[in-house]
Design a protein around this ligand. Sequence first.
Ligand SMILES: Nc1ncnc2c1ncn2[C@@H]1O[C@H](COP(=O)(O)OP(=O)(O)O)[C@@H](O)[C@H]1O
Ligand SMILES: [Mg+2]
Length: 162
Amino acid sequence: MRIHYDNRALRTQYNVHKNMQVVEEIISKSPEETFAIGKALGLKAKRGDVFALVGDLGTGKTIFAKGIACGLGIDDEITSPTFTLLEVYDGNIPLFHFDLYRINDPRELDNLYFEEFWEGDGISIIEWAERAKARLPQHTVYIYFEHLHDTTRRIRIEYPSD
Ligand SMILES: Nc1ncnc2c1ncn2[C@@H]1O[C@H](COP(=O)(O)OP(=O)(O)O)[C@@H](O)[C@H]1O
Ligand SMILES: [Mg+2]
C-alpha cells in the first residue's frame, strides 16, 4: 500500500528545550499524517533506539509504528502484535515491535528478556510502554498520543537529554 502524505504534517507546532531535552508537539489531522511523522523518525533511527508509545486505544500508536517501520525500509505488513506481545521484523536493522496492552502486572514482564532487545543491534517500538516504564532505558524516546477529535491527534515527542 502506498500512502501519500502532505509534508505539512512534519511542521513542528512547538519545539522547546527544557533542561536540554527536546520536546516536539505536532497536531496530526489524519492517519496519513501520523504515519508520516513516524516515518520521519524511522528515517533517522539508529541501532539500539527505543521508541515508547503511550496513549489510549485508537490514538494512532500502531499507525505511527507502521510509519517508523516504513522509514526503516521494512516492507512487511506491520500488524498489531496485541495477541503476541512481540513481533520481530527483518530489515537492514531488525525491528522489535512490542504491545504491552495485555500486561496487567509488571512482573509479567520478567519472563521477557526485555533489556536484551535494546542492548542488541535492533530498534524497539513499545506500545503501551507505560506498563514497562521502570524497565526502559535512559535513552528511550517517549511519544505521547492524545485523541482530540475524530481525525485529530496530538503527538508529543520527548527526546532524551544527552
Ligand atoms: N490523525 C490520526 N492519526 C492516527 N489515527 C487516526 C487519526 N485520525 C483517525 N485515526 C484512526 O484512529 C485509529 C488508530 O488506530 P491505531 O493506530 O491502531 O491505534 P492504537 O494502536 O493507538 O490503538 C485508526 O482507525 C485510524 O484510522
Ligand atoms: Mg495498537
